[in-house]
Structures are given as C-alpha cells and as structure tokens.
Design a protein around this ligand. Structure first.
Ligand SMILES: Nc1ncnc2c1ncn2[C@@H]1O[C@H](COP(=O)(O)OP(=O)(O)OP(=O)(O)O)[C@@H](O)[C@H]1O
Ligand SMILES: Nc1ncnc2c1ncn2[C@@H]1O[C@H](COP(=O)(O)OP(=O)(O)OP(=O)(O)O)[C@@H](O)[C@H]1O
Lengths: 217, 217
C-alpha cells in the first residue's frame, strides 16, 4: 500500500486520485478550489484546500512521505512550475507532472521531473490507432518496431487453422495465446482451429502484423 | 487508405490528424481559428476555416465520403453538440466525439454517436496503473479480469528459470513470449532461463499477475 499526493483535481487529477484509492492506496488531494475539495473529501484519504504556489501551505502538507507527488494543474502553467520548484526544494524524489504545451514540457525537463504526461496528445495517438486499425482491440509495444496485438476472430476467419492464418507471415508473426470464452490457451499448436469470437494474441514486427491485421476486418 | 475529417484542432484533434496522415490516410482538418489552420495547412491533406455550428459551411465540406468524422471541439460543448446534429442530418455514419464532461457524454449517447472519448479520464486511469505497477511496462485487457502484461527482467531475477518464476501461480499465469535484445522467442520452455533486460510477456488472471508482478520490482 503506497501513499500519493495529487495536486490539482481537474478531470485528469480526479480520475487518477480515485483510481489510486480504488487500487488500495492512500491519496491526499490538494486543490485551491473549495468546491472541488468538497466534492472529493469523502472519497480520498485526506484533502486540503491550498494554493500550492505558496510554499508554506505546501510544506504544511508534508508530502515528503509520499511514493509520488503528481502535479495535475492544467491551465495555469506558472502555478504548475512554481509548485514543482517548491516540491524539489522540499526534497520530493518522485514527481510526475501533467504538461499542457511543448514549452511546459521543455521547462519541466530542465527542472528535472520523473515523468511528464500529455493526456490529449497520447489519446490523440491512441484514437488514431483505434480508427485506422479497428480490428486490433489492444496492443503493446515491445520496442524495435515489434508489438503484441489482440484481435477478435470474425465469422469470415472461423474454421481456419492458426498455421494457415499465419502462412503469409510465418517467420515474422507468432500466435502466442488464444482466449476462448473464459479459457486461456497458451502457445496453441499450428493445427489449432480458431472459432468465431476467439481472441487471438499475436506477436511480431509491425509491418507483418499490419499486413495480417487486414484479414481480421 | 482511408479518409477522415477532424473538426476542432486543439491538442487532441491535431495529434490525431497528424498521426492519421503519418499512417498514410487522407485527413481534412476543420477549425474556426485561422491561426490554427495556418499552422497545419501544409501538414494535412486539406484544411478549411469554418464555424461548424453553421450547417451550410459544414455541407460545403461534404464530409459524407469519410470513413469517420471526429469532433474534437473541447470547451464549447454547445458547438460540439450542434456540429454532431448537423453531421447526423447529413447522414454521416461514423462519428467519434471527444467529450469534456459527463453531461456532454450523456447528451452524445442520446444523440447516438459511434464512440465517445475522454482523454483526461482515460489517461488518469492509465497513469494510476503506471504509478501503482511501475514494473508493468504495458498491458492489454482480455476481458473476464484476464490480462497480458509486459515486464522487464531486473538483475535480481536474472538466472531464474521460467517455471521457477511462475511456480507460485503455475496454473494461472503463462509465460507466452520472451524478447531478448531484438529476438522474439515465442512459447519459451519451462526450463528457459531469463536474463537481465529480457522482456517477458505473461498472461493470466489479474490477481495472480499482480501477485507475480511484485517480484519484478
Ligand atoms: N495554485 C493552485 N493551487 C492549487 N490548485 C490549483 C492551483 N491552480 C489551479 N489549481 C487547480 O488545478 C485543477 C486543474 O486545473 P485546470 O482545470 O486548469 O486544468 P485542466 O487541464 O483543465 O484539468 P483537466 O484537463 O485535468 O480537467 C483545478 O481544479 C484548479 O482549481
Ligand atoms: N464552432 C467551431 N467551429 C470550428 N472549430 C471550433 C469551433 N469551436 C471551437 N473550435 C475549435 O476547436 C478546437 C479545440 O477546442 P478547444 O481548444 O476548446 O478544446 P480543448 O479541449 O481545449 O482542446 P484540446 O484539449 O484538444 O487541446 C479549437 O482550435 C477551436 O478553435
């Protein structure tokens, strides 16, 4: 069980704070807006109304014991940056910050924070992927342009053996797992016949996976 | 190669539009702000300065030929909703919309759009996961509380055989892929010895995976 402090409870900060509580961790929420704190005071471990540009207010909250402090102030770049400087002066070691612009990102990098998050940009990329490859329900990057992807078997591909499905990309793509209803079938054999509604997990290089993905429409 | 229209070129809309172009698709970008359009006019297939609450302006753009139209207007919920109504009246079949609030989401659901995106909330959830489970670099949901996760082998686990690693969760978690430098090793044997910096892909139920993930710190 860890301790986190979330500073700035907009949509990103609020969702983050509530999710960490749901995962069983202690979360302190800090915001200068009374109404925001009133809405969340029963859902977080502890809440405080404070303007974090004031380093005395911040020190009183003693965030030095936290596994991470997340600064999720959006619009007010100045407040976000001043807050980060105060946290660094207090010796906080793990600071994650939501950045609004590239300029914000550059200044944060220079100040030295542990992670910079761009929610809008990251979701823009993920949404493009979901639009362009609707048959790929989820995916994970492995590095070196290699990926693991999850595809759903549609009626058209039902009855195909795995080896036949992978014929055109056979040294580049591997079928490493099939999920059928609630059962997981790891490392299915080459003759394994896929059925409609199976979930197939494939691994390989991007180009071969994209070529194969087109068959799953 | 597909055609898309992105209405509203804030950070989310811009990233989405540019990513679709990078993937080889045609993208029309529409925004009422001249400066935004000037910045993007060389990077998108076609751009137009238009106030999309005006349905005549929208009709002139003839977005009926698009694989999807994405409405990425943020702050101005009214403009977002009016635009969606115009698109539906024009017979556009695939409409994705970025929602700013729960109220916005409810109204969009009632109007009937194909996907509603909440960038800040989705990234809040993903960030909580990254904070609470730093050893899990990426993951994919399979449904039924089953997941595929990617973990990095640290010095402490180097030299361990896969079977020994999975001993405590052996009927619930499977090692389905190892990536070693640039090589993919699908379905490694039980005696396979993992080395530092290997990437191991595991599949199983959430509870067992979380229990195992703690060993990868
Ligand atoms: N100096 C400050 N001290 C404490 N809280 C602050 C300060 N400045 C802003 N905040 C709070 O940060 C929260 C998030 O900021 P804001 O709403 O500007 O960002 P946002 O990017 O629109 O948020 P989101 O996109 O996550 O909804 C607000 O609830 C605001 O009250
Ligand atoms: N009626 C309209 N017609 C066309 N474009 C519009 C209209 N209203 C707003 N826009 C444009 O939509 C874009 C995105 O809107 P806005 O910046 O309010 O959202 P945002 O949520 O802050 O964006 P993001 O978070 O993606 O950066 C802006 O560039 C704005 O000019």
């Amino acid at each position: 069980m860890a301790q986190y402090a979330v500073i700035g409870l907009g949509r990103f900060g609020t969702t983050l704070a509530l999710q960490l509580v749901k995962m069983g961790h202690d979360v302190v929420g800090i915001d200068s807006d009374r109404r925001v704190i009133e809405m969340l005071s029963d859902s977080l471990t502890y809440t405080a109304i404070a303007d974090v540009t004031d380093d005395h207010a911040l020190r009183e909250l003693n965030p030095i014991d936290y596994d991470a402090v997340i600064v999720a102030i959006g619009e007010n770049m100045q407040a976000s940056l001043i807050c980060v400087v105060h946290l660094k002066n207090m010796g906080i070691e793990n600071i994650w910050v939501k950045a609004t612009t590239q300029a914000h990102h550059l200044i944060l990098s220079r100040l030295g924070v542990n992670r910079i998050i761009h929610p809008e940009e990251e979701m823009g990329t993920r949404t493009a992927q979901a639009l362009a490859y609707p048959m790929i329900r989820e995916y994970m990057a492995l590095g070196n342009r290699q990926y693991v992807v999850e595809v759903k078997v549609t009626a058209g591909l039902a009855g195909t053996a795995l080896a036949e499905l992978l014929e055109s990309v056979k040294d580049d793509v591997f079928g490493i797992l099939v999920k059928r209803r609630e059962q997981l079938i790891p490392c299915p054999a080459a003759q394994f016949v896929i059925e409609a509604n199976d979930t197939v997990v494939l691994a390989g290089n991007r180009t071969s996976l994209m070529k194969l993905a087109a068959r799953f429409v």
